[in-house]
Ligand binder design. Structure first.
Ligand code: NAP
Length: 478
């Protein structure tokens, strides 16, 4: 049995760590036909703005599995990150980041038995990168979270937990503040957890999750979370076990999976033969399990443990410049130790992750009854609040609607509330409501009326779905 795998050496330290991982996998006995492909800095230099040539895309499409080195993101040339391009192109919706204590690698947390996995949503949330300047001095970034995205990441987390015989999942969100967006993940988690009675499901507020990760990380098993939360929590967690040199990752999609370390191209170490290749070797171990090569994956883990804990061959990031083993010496030692066993390794009896989204198509949520009861109109204005409010009341009258309130950054500023400290920007929002359900012609009438009085930039309908308001109230709104 042999496998075709796309291999992207990447930038900076990428070629060194990828060579190391490739040598270790080859030495494990698994037969891989590596298709070496380009992406990143060299490709940008050739003038390709995506940083990913078509041959690389074709190779991943064909092989559906890639092992990738880090890609440097050019600063200031208008190019997109090649990493993000790959993530979006192959819709790798789930990012799995294990965080595990390594014997022989001393940290302030040594001996606590940290062995957790962060399952991070990878394509939605603020990272969709939908940003606008609403005024020259107020920026907006849209946090879009779909039920479909939530179902996919939550199912992946539960199936991943089952594949490793893990028993608890925490869902970390900020649903207490962002009730619709972060709340979407919480609600989906609560619904889907009913299909997995063998796994204990708990919700945790993400800031407390960060606190608990530092205080008592060994209490966590699997943490599923939104994109931005996951980005921060996983970097924080990797520091608990020795840093980025020990943090592997897998980007899981329906059509392709891309395995890569969490770290970047660390350009200052490029070509110095002193970087830690563990994170990429551990990413390759995840890849082998994805391919069903469980024995080879466990053999490599044993060899890594023997190298670090018995032979005490450790790289510069763990033991400092003077005592640090070179990347090549570390790699040779791991290869030499293949076949040896490390006592005390926790064999999780891994199974394949059983996610097939084509079998569980996620349909959009249907509502029985819906209407629009108002609109929020976003303006650029530096007029005094009372003057602006009166203008909006006039506009509302002209459109046979009512001005409910004016807000600035979510805080009610008109009608003026006593004791409210007004710290205004040049962006304000007026909330208008109709006497009953609104149609588009009424909204257009309102927009015509307000455009004569102020500069509007954006409009949002206020929906009611099945009797429930589908928007949040402003601070200070009755
Ligand atoms: P970085 O490359 O991850 O390096 C930050 C620091 O982490 C290094 O200076 C080093 O710390 C430590 N480190 C990283 N990898 C290590 C390893 N294998 N062994 C030991 N220590 C390691 O982050 P960056 O400097 O912010 O980013 C550099 C470039 O990489 C940027 O262009 C960025 O966009 C890109 N990047 C790519 C990816 C990706 O391809 N997935 C991810 C992140 C960043 P010390 O200095 O303390 O020794």
């Amino acid at each position: 049995m042999s496998y075709n795998v796309t291999l992207i050496p990447g930038d900076g330290i990428g070629p060194e760590v990828i060579t190391s991982a490739r040598q270790v996998v080859d030495a494990s006995g698994v037969k891989i036909n590596w298709e070496v492909c380009e992406a990143g800095a060299e490709v940008f230099r050739k003038g390709m703005a995506t940083g990913v040539p078509q041959e690389t895309v074709d190779s991943i499409n064909r092989n559906r599995v890639a092992l990738k080195g880090p890609l440097a993101t050019p600063v200031g040339f208008g190019e997109k990150s090649a990493n993000v391009t790959l993530r979006k192109m192959f819709e790798t919706y789930g990012n799995i980041r294990p965080v595990k204590e390594f014997p022989g690698v001393r940290t302030p947390y040594s001996g606590r038995g940290i062995d957790l996995v962060i399952v991070r949503e990878n394509v939605e949330d603020l990272y969709a990168g939908i940003e606008h300047m609403q005024t020259p001095s107020v920026a907006q970034c849209l946090k879009l979270i779909s039920r479909k995205g939530c179902e996919k990441i939550v199912r992946l987390a539960f199936e991943f937990a089952r594949s490793q015989n893990r028993k608890t999942i925490h869902c970390a969100t900020k649903a207490n503040i962002m009730k619709f967006s972060e709340g979407m993940l919480k609600r989906t988690f609560e619904d889907i957890s009913k299909d997995y009675p063998d796994i204990e499901a708990q919700h945790i507020i993400v800031d407390n999750c960060a606190h608990q990760l530092v205080k008592k990380p060994e209490q966590f098993d699997v943490i599923v979370t939104t994109n931005m939360n996951g980005d921060i929590l996983s970097d924080l967690s990797s520091a608990l076990v020795g840093g980025l040199g020990f943090a592997p990752g897998a980007n899981i999609g329906d059509n392709a999976c891309i395995f890569e370390a969490v770290h970047g191209s660390a350009p200052k170490y490029a070509g110095k033969n002193n970087i830690n290749p563990m994170a990429v070797i551990l990413s390759a171990v995840m890849m082998l399990r994805h391919l069903g090569e469980f024995k080879a994956a466990l053999d490599i883990e044993h060899a890594l443990y023997v190298t670090c804990a018995v032979d005490k061959i450790l790289t510069r990031d763990v033991v400092g410049d003077a005592k640090g083993a070179s990347t090549t010496l570390f790699t040779e030692s791991v290869i030499k130790n293949l076949g040896k066993s490390y006592e005390g390794i926790h064999d999780r009896a891994h199974k394949a992750i059983n996610v097939d989204n084509s079998k569980i198509p996620v349909a959009p949520i249907k509502v029985k009854e819906r209407f629009v009861e108002g609109v929020d109109v976003f303006f650029e204005s530096t007029k005094p609040v009372s003057e602006f409010g009166k203008l909006m009341e006039t506009a509302a009258n002209e459109a046979s609607m009512k001005l409910k309130l004016v807000t600035c950054r979510g805080m009610k500023i008109y009608p003026t509330t006593e004791n409210t400290v007004l710290d205004l920007t040049d962006q304000v929002t007026a909330r208008f409501v109709g006497a009953g359900p609104l149609d588009d012609s009424q909204i257009q009438k309102l927009i015509a009326a307000v455009s004569e009085k102020a500069m509007w930039s954006h409009i949002e309908k206020l929906h009611v779905f099945d009797g429930k308001s589908a928007y949040t109230k402003a601070h200070g709104e009755e």
